[in-house]
Design a protein around this ligand. Structure first.
Ligand code: NAP
Length: 282
């Protein structure tokens, strides 16, 4: 699996990780989702993204079960505190609850899910204290505009590892300012919802044709081409969610797909970047 430096952390992460929003919260498909996650780790997609919000903790429990028996240094777990919980004490407590549900001893990455009403300085102070205690290795933010991201970094003693933001073929707004600012500061960008939940397949015929042509040339799928395009820059990572082994295998293989300049230009024309505007989020 192709991997690269994860912002200022000194860690190296796979270009493609695994999202978990909407993973089953119970029932027969719970086991299938766990098998998919384990297969992803086997294939090198060791970066698992989750949040205390997902299934109100049930998804973290599903992941905890999937990780059972896997040596702790073989996976990298990222979770997020809800803004409504992100007081100083609330942030410390949320991290402890997530560790307990995930049964993972410590968190590799802890993010503030989106900017909220509690003072950012308090949340960041809790993040620093969690790093000092060893509960958390690295900290970051999600859904932060570039200036707010700089504000978060300024409150921290620890380096800000990443900003996790919406990025897919039909939503390329972050390319205008967020990606360049993050690059300048050495902060990683993690692309969430990289398939726009399938939105790019519902685009106009010409756009789909362009993508399918490139996919055929590489004996790949449009989903794989989309992932290769989104991670074409050295500091962008993607975390597609897949609850089936088949999709996981396909996504892992996308890391090996290299697009040439002509193919990148063709996708750029088919799925234009659009105008700069406020940060889009789900
Ligand atoms: P997504 O990854 O864009 O799309 C997920 C959908 O794509 C699922 O229906 C999945 O089906 C399907 N899929 C996966 N691999 C496929 C493949 N190779 N071929 C065809 N279909 C495929 O959507 P997402 O879950 O919203 O985003 C990914 C992750 O980003 C989330 O799970 C979450 O961890 C994170 N996220 C973060 C935020 C935030 O605010 N920070 C917001 C949204 C999402 P199956 O499940 O059936 O395989």
């Amino acid at each position: 699996m192709k991997s690269r430096a994860f912002g200022p952390t000194g860690a190296t992460l796979p270009v493609i990780g695994q999202g978990t929003w909407d993973m089953p919260e119970s029932g027969a498909s719970w086991g299938e989702a766990q098998r998919a996650l384990r297969r992803g780790i086997e294939l090198g997609m060791t970066h698992i993204d989750t949040a205390e919000m997902y299934g109100s903790g049930r998804v973290e429990e599903l992941i905890g079960g999937a990780l059972r028996g896997i040596p702790r240094d073989r996976y990298f777990i990222a979770t997020k505190v809800l803004p409504t919980n992100a007081t100083y004490r609330g942030t410390l407590a949320a991290a402890e609850r997530s560790v307990a549900r995930l049964k993972c001893e410590y968190l590799d990455l802890f993010l503030l899910h989106w900017p909220g009403a509690h003072p950012l300085a308090e949340t960041m102070r809790a993040f620093d204290d969690l790093v000092t205690r060893g509960t958390v290795r690295f900290v970051g933010v999600s859904n932060f505009e570039p200036d707010a991201m700089l504000g978060a970094a300024a409150h921290l003693r620890a380096p800000l590892a990443c900003n996790q933001v919406l990025y897919h073929l039909n939503e390329r707004g972050i390319e205008h300012r967020l990606v360049p600012v993050a690059r300048e500061l050495g902060i990683a960008v993690v692309a969430y919802t990289p398939f726009g939940r399938g939105k790019f397949l519902r685009s106009g015929r010409a756009a789909r044709d362009a993508l399918e042509r490139i996919a055929r040339k590489h004996a790949a799928t449009p989903h794989q081409v989309a992932l290769a395009f989104l991670t074409r820059e050295a500091d962008v990572f993607a975390i597609p969610k897949a609850a089936s082994v088949e999709h996981v295998e396909e996504n892992a293989a996308a890391a090996e797909l290299a697009l040439d300049a002509g193919e990148i230009a063709a996708i750029d024309a088919a799925y234009p970047r659009g105008k700069a505007g406020p940060l889009a989020m789900l």
